[in-house]
Design a binder for this molecule. Structure first.
Ligand code: ZN
Ligand code: FE
Ligand code: FE
Ligand code: FE
Length: 246
């Protein structure tokens, strides 16, 4: 008699089901350790191309963190020009473009670290950055008040910077702990740039963008504190919005 095993599992009494579940778990563990053995690094870390991370040592974890952030940075090199293009505020555009330049340098720094450590940076995808960029891409589709859209772009970009700050802070701490001083210094240089980029974005938002949104119940004219070109666009958009009010 042919038995559908998947149905048989559900038909068994609970204790048998638990045993079967445990058996599956043991099989899974055996499979994982087999794969772990197979993928174990050579001491110089150079001789394998990995698809799975190996985390036996802190150095392995550091390599994994670096590969993740390398993927994040290379994704950002493609995404930042789109944010710059969408931004209306000239200072925000410039901030995105100058951070793009820094980001290219950060990729180069990670490649320098790869050489120092004798490891590869490629082969991993940062899924978190994929998600953050997807959220940012939603804003690229939006139309409306230019200052409000700029504020949204800043929100998306600051999420990215905070992710990077966490990633580099972690990697730097690992490198320091491992006595990889040169690596730690390179990571610190990038960490400083990420923090500065975050602060620049906060400054642009607070000093220029938020005052230009003319939000709230005020019936007054939009404030013209922003640079002239940006402010003119904000004014015309705001006027359109105002007409829609009852
Ligand atoms: Zn390794
Ligand atoms: Fe970066
Ligand atoms: Fe990541
Ligand atoms: Fe950044």
């Amino acid at each position: 008699m042919q038995v559908d095993t998947s149905r048989k599992v559900f038909a068994q009494p609970s204790e048998a089901r638990i045993n079967q579940g445990a058996g599956t778990l043991f099989a899974l563990e055996a499979d994982i350790s087999a794969r772990f053995e197979y993928r174990r690094c050579k001491p110089d870390h150079t001789s394998i191309t990995r698809t799975k991370e190996i985390m036996e040592t802190l150095q392995d974890l550091l390599e994994n963190e670096l590969q993740d952030v390398y993927s994040a940075e290379t994704q950002l090199v493609k995404a930042l020009p789109k944010l710059a293009k969408k931004a209306t505020s000239e200072s925000l555009k410039q901030a995105f473009l100058s951070h793009l330049e820094e980001t290219v340098g950060q990729v180069a720094r990670l490649e320098e670290i790869a050489t120092l450590m004798g490891v590869k940076m490629t082969g991993k995808t940062c899924k978190a950055m994929e998600g953050l960029i997807k959220e940012g891409a939603e804003i690229l589709e939006e139309e409306g008040n230019a200052a409000v859209i700029d504020a949204a772009l800043i929100g998306a970009a600051q999420r990215v910077e905070h992710y990077e700050i966490a990633a580099y802070g972690t990697a730097k701490a690992f490198a320091e702990h491992l006595g990889l001083t040169e690596v730690a210094d390179l990571l610190d240089a990038t960490l400083e740039e990420e923090s500065a980029a975050d602060e620049t974005l906060s400054g642009i938002s607070l000093d220029e963008i938020l005052p230009s949104t003319n939000s709230g119940d005020s019936e007054e004219e939009p404030q013209m504190e922003a640079d002239e070109e940006g402010a003119e666009k904000v004014k015309s958009k705001s006027a359109k919005g105002a007409r829609k009010k009852p």
